[in-house]
Ligand binder design. Structure first.
Ligand SMILES: [Zn+2]
Length: 311
């Protein structure tokens, strides 16, 4: 199989990212673990697992969620992330089925999500076609070679189940893939939102804010039973809806301020607004969300530039 082993550097990189991501998290990992008492967890793992539907499982370990779909002889997973985490995920899957993992779907191109595929040597690796040029840009890590790519929509049969891959434009990265089980009404996304928490300012440059807004609004219409999020334990779709509303409110307030400035001073007033609006615009209804005090100004700047530039 066309696979590369992902080295220690990726594992360390991933741990660094996840530590930073959770440094301001409103729900500390210890709290998450405490909530797992009624859940099934394989021996030797501190993971949290949940059966979302018949043959469909969420495995949350090392600060990341993976979906596991088992039907017939087929086993599909999302984002093993790195070798160490993938080995724990493999141990969990072995408690569910003797069959090997047949399909791996990458949620997006970011390097902390794309490792660990070599732990499942029989699997076909799927990713959005936009992964390819980005995978060629860095030598920091070994990246997987994609066996299958898609552009807008791909359907993967998993036993008698259907798993769809949707690309709805840029979100967190350029190769954003929404994994969707249309019969079970389960979707998986990565890195576009957290539970009552703004994306930390260090990571806002990874996001196309108007793109994230469009994606969250679109999948909010899918009447989901579970919304699996790469770095959250919760699969409650309400968390997704709350974040779609946040991006709508941020868009509306930023857009209104831009229109007002343009009406008064002409189109190039936007250049000055980049310097001033992050300090003056407030959305008090989100003041209780984690990172609001420190990161909201960067969100305003990023939304303004996204509206102005499209990225
Ligand atoms: Zn990402």
């Amino acid at each position: 199989m066309k696979k590369f082993n992902v080295g220690l550097s990726l594992a360390l990189f991933s741990i660094l990212l996840t530590v930073i991501a959770f440094s301001g998290c409103s729900r500390a990992p210890e709290t998450m673990m405490a909530q797992a008492t009624a859940e099934e967890a394989p021996a030797g793992s501190d993971a949290i697992t949940k059966e979302l539907a018949d043959g469909v499982y969420q495995w949350f370990g090392d600060f990341g969620s993976s979906l596991v779909v088992i039907s017939g002889q087929d086993v599909l997973i999302t984002d093993p992330q790195n070798d160490g985490r993938a080995q724990k995920l493999a141990a969990y899957i072995a408690t569910l089925t003797e069959n090997p993992v047949t399909d791996i779907v990458l949620t997006h191109e970011h390097y902390d999500h794309v490792g660990g595929t070599g732990i499942f040597p029989e699997a076909t690796v799927y990713g959005h076609v936009n992964c390819l040029p980005i995978f060629a840009l860095s030598d920091l890590i070994d990246v997987p070679e994609l066996d299958e790519t898609f552009t807008d929509l791909m359907s993967i049969p998993v036993g008698d189940k259907t798993v769809e891959l949707h690309h709805l434009g840029p979100g967190d990265g350029e190769a954003t893939t929404i994994i969707y089980l249309p019969n079970e009404k389960i979707a998986v996304t990565a890195d576009m939102y957290e539970d009552k928490q703004l994306t930390h300012e260090n990571w806002v440059d990874d996001k196309n804010f108007t793109g994230v807004r469009y994606i969250l609004n679109t999948i909010s219409e899918w009447d989901l039973v579970h919304a699996v999020n790469a770095h959250s334990v919760s699969t409650d779709p309400q968390v997704l809806y709350d974040n779609a509303q946040y991006y709508n409110d941020l868009y509306d307030a930023t857009f209104a301020a831009m229109n007002e400035a343009i009406a008064q001073q002409g189109f190039f007033a936007v250049f000055g607004l980049v310097d001033t609006l992050p300090d003056t615009l407030k959305l008090d209804q989100y003041a209780s969300w984690q990172n609001y005090d420190t990161s909201f100004p960067r969100h305003v700047e990023r939304m303004l530039l996204s509206i102005f530039h499209g990225d």
